[in-house]
Design a protein around this ligand. Structure first.
Ligand SMILES: Cc1cc2nc3c(=O)[nH]c(=O)nc-3n(C[C@H](O)[C@H](O)[C@H](O)COP(=O)(O)OP(=O)(O)OC[C@H]3O[C@@H](n4cnc5c(N)ncnc54)[C@H](O)[C@@H]3O)c2cc1C
Length: 183
């Protein structure tokens, strides 16, 4: 069997930006005419569903457990990494990319890991906007810790329930008023 990842061509740090630019846009007024089916309600599916719904698409998400919250993501504890470099300890998109590829025993798809590292900073902002109660310093800024042997502190966390809190944030995300659904 041939595995075809459909990773776009070009230099690794440009592949996905270029691909997004090359893709056809959908007129905002037409998005509600499209139905999107998402299989899975873990962090991948729930985040995709929240994002697509916010853009105005009609989204239906499916899972095979008795409840969407039975997805394995509910068990994630330690936190979510992002190259915000809030601690000024030498972090960067490339360092997060490098650490993640190495941490995955060099078996991950590098282009996709790079994209994840690029958008990691936005993911944290999106989760905060969705109401995820990340740990904070006494001054109110988001706290970070070093996790999984990383030499920098880039992990955003919500006690020992990060996966659960991220899921709840995605599940409770609202559609914009113009496209508001009945959730
Ligand atoms: C104990 C534990 C701790 C972890 N801690 C961390 C951590 O601290 N930080 C971190 O980054 N990662 C952590 N991870 C890893 C991380 O949680 C997972 O990689 C991530 O949550 C996977 O998300 P997902 O949406 O891809 O998959 P899942 O959450 O497994 O969701 C898969 C979804 O697909 C659905 N599905 C599957 N097959 C079908 C089908 N045939 N038809 C319909 N639906 C289907 C399921 O119902 C489910 O909703 C941890 C994992 C575990 C188990």
């Amino acid at each position: 069997m041939k595995l075809e990842a459909h990773v776009p061509s070009g230099p690794i740090d440009k592949k996905w930006d270029r691909h997004r630019f090359d893709m056809k846009l959908v007129n905002p007024a037409n998005k509600r005419k499209y139905g999107v089916i998402i299989v899975g309600t873990g962090l991948a599916g729930a985040s995709a569903a929240a994002t697509m719904a916010e853009l105005g698409y009609n989204v239906k998400a499916f899972c095979y457990q008795d409840s969407p919250r039975r997805a394995h993501s509910i068990a994630a504890q330690g936190g979510i990494n992002a190259a915000k470099n809030y601690q000024n300890d030498g972090d960067s998109v490339f360092r997060l990319f490098y650490d993640t590829v190495k941490g995955g025993d060099f078996r991950a798809r590098e282009a996709n890991v790079h994209r994840l590292a690029e958008v990691s900073v936005n993911i944290i902002d999106q989760c905060v906007a969705q109401g995820v109660p990340f740990a904070r310093e006494y001054g109110g800024t988001l706290a970070n810790r070093s996790f999984g042997g990383a030499l920098v502190s880039r992990t955003f966390y919500a006690r020992g329930q990060t996966g659960q809190q991220l899921l709840l944030g995605a599940y409770q995300a609202r559609c914009p008023p113009a496209t508001r659904c009945s959730r």
